[in-house]
Every structure is written in structure tokens, then in C-alpha cells.
Design a protein around this ligand. Sequence first.
Ligand code: AMP
Ligand code: MG
Length: 411
Amino acid sequence: MINLEDARKQILARIKPIGTEMVLLEDAVGRIIAESVATRDPIPPFDNTAMDGFVLKAGDTAGATPDRPITLPVVATIEAGMAPDTPLKDHCAMKIFTGAVIPQGGDTVIPFERCLHHDEQSVAIDRPIHPGAHIRRLGEDVEADGSVMAPGSRITPGAIGLLASVGAVQIPVNRRPRVAIHSSGNELVAIGSALKPGQIRNSNLYSLQARVKRWGAIPIPRPILRDDLTEIRSGLQETLELKPDAIVTTGGISAGDLDHIREVAREMGDDVQIRKVAMKPGKPLVDGLIGGVPFFGLPGNPAACLVSFEIFVRPALARMEGRTDGILPQRCGVLKSERSVPASDRLRLLRGRATADPDGGIDVIEIPSGQGSHLLSGFAGSNCLVVAPPSTDVLRPGERVNYWSLTDEEA
Ligand code: AMP
Ligand code: MG
């Protein structure tokens, strides 16, 4: 058996970034930017007012008091979008609205509500005003002939605004992995089918597809592979022709007579490892390259298949796209009720639900019954994997446990 971290390291060593593409800004949220975007104009492109009020020269208000206010004539009005061409003369004011250009000669803004009195002709001010007050400076946000966004950073809605403000229409981003997903097994039927004796529905295709989508990658659903060497070979060959960035299969990697996936992977692939990982669920794992494409043979049991995806496939997809959120973040919680975990020589990853304490204390963890690798009911309401080391046989209420959060990716 190999421990989880060592297996993951070996898998990640084979994974390379998959390249970049251009997308429209409106499609870029959540993506990883591949290159900084050069800026031409400074942002803001001109000094402008942050308030509605009057623009004037700060020096003209020197010595103003409530008893001896200073009154200035209002000589013009500047609205947002105008390009004022008359400079502001000494001892004069101009009415100005938020976002409008500060005229040449103006060096401060007094908001309407701070004036002692104002009308269309004049403004009275009862205190000295600081130069620069309420003025938003040219280039304060983005400097001219520079760049915005470090390569590798995630494009948030705020970043979309920034990119739009500098006029970026097309954005260079890292490609999202296209992940081909095959289930395998003679017992599997389409989910719309009525079950005949011995059959089960192909649920893994849907759970993995959902996982891939939520992760922000692109699932390519592929046909069920029957437990037949020839069919598995031709199925994988056809999938390779679609040029996916990763191929995931479920089932057919244990020691049964019909578990042919591992054999075909060995035959078609390079550096294919047939592993026993010291984790529960998810002991069997096959990984390698098939036709140069990273291949993951996950267990067939539905809970095991999803857990193995989280532990091994997710970080690989992250590396392909240049994301930093591949490995599940570890947190600490406190158990709500007792749960016995039969002794094992493997690390147990129990499906659980972590709830934030509204008072800011440690998270509370509930572990549903039904932890078998074939069971999904408990998994359905879970948002984390509680980590129970091999030595643990019982988890007690109030005990602190580490857990790996399943909900923290920044898709
Ligand atoms: P295997 O690894 O092929 O021996 O499968 C292990 C268990 O997982 C068996 O009980 C299978 O019926 C079940 N299983 C395999 N593939 C799927 C699937 N796509 N959806 C649901 N259950 C599956
Ligand atoms: Mg099978």
C-alpha cells in the first residue's frame, strides 16, 4: 500500500499545464488569467470630482469663518462627460457634478452640503478648505502604460470591472480541462431505465460529471464500457480521438475476473500504476498516461469514486489549469456525536457535514451513518471528509478532528 500523499505526488509529477485561449471579457469570470493586460490610458483618465458641489481654489477660502464667510461667484457648471475648456479664474467657483473633469486652475471641491449658502449666482463658504479635497486623481487606480492582473490570478467580478475599465475586450486565460468520463461494468444501465434483475443505474457518470462541472472544468460524458477487453480498448481509443485533457473511468480496477480496465490501461498506456492506496474509501486506483493523456481509473463504488476524484483528480485538473485550489483545504472541527470507526490499516475519510458556529467558535461536525463505499445517502448531505487516522477506533462527542472541506474551491 502507498499513502495518499505519495500517490498524489507521483500523479501530479506527470501533469502539465494545458495551455491558454482567448475569451470574451463577459465569459472570463472565474478563469485564471494567463498574461497581464497592458494598459494604455491611466484610470481615472483625468482628475475628477468625487462629490456634487463647487470646484474652487483652496487658497481663496483662507481665513473664512462663520462670522466672516467668503463668497465666490459661480461662473460655470461642469457636468460629467463634459470637457471643460475654460480655466477657473482666481476668486471664482464652478458648479460641478460627480465624475466631472476638474477644470484647469481648480484644486479643491466643496460639496453642496458643506457650503454655508449657495444658489445659481454665488457660493458662501465658512471655513478654509484643504487643497485636493474630494478630488479623484488621474491614474490613482491604474497607471498609464502599465499593466493590470498578475498572470495566474483568478478573474473575480471585481477583476472583470478592472479589465473592462482598461478596455480589455478579449482576455488571455488558461484553458479549462476537458475531462472524458467512462463508467464500466456489465451491470450498468442508463439512469432512465427500469432495472432488470442484476442491473443498477450508472450513477457515477452523473456524480463525476457534476463534480467536474462545479469544479469549472468541462465534462465529456462517454459510453458505458462493458467488461470486455476489446470493448474497453476500442472505447478508450475513440475517446482519445476527442483529444481530452484527462480520461476518468470508474469500476473495473479491483481484483475480479472481469476487472479489465487496469489491464487495458497497462497495455495502452505509459507509466501506468496499479495502486493500493492506504485510504478508505478509495483503496484501488489506476493512474498513468494513455496516448499522453493523464488517465485515472477510479473505483466503481459510488462513494469511493467521488472521494478518489477529490483526492487525486481535482489537484491534477488544478495543475492543468494553473489553479492553486487543487488540494482540499484542511480545517478543524468538533464532533457532535459519537461515531465508531472500525480499526483499519488505512486512513479513513468519513463523509461529514461541517457547520460554522455562528458565534465564531470552532465548526461543528456531524458524521452520518452509512459510511460504506457503496452508499451515497450520507454523502448527499455532506460537505467534508473527516480524517480519522488508522489508529482511531472511536470518535467521541466534543473531540477535535481534522477535516478536508469539499466546498472551498473558487469556481
Ligand atoms: P467494480 O469496481 O467494477 O467492482 O465496482 C464496484 C461496485 O461499484 C459494484 O457494486 C458496482 O456495481 C458499482 N458500480 C460500478 N460502476 C458504477 C457506476 N457507474 N454507477 C454506480 N455504481 C457502480
Ligand atoms: Mg465492475
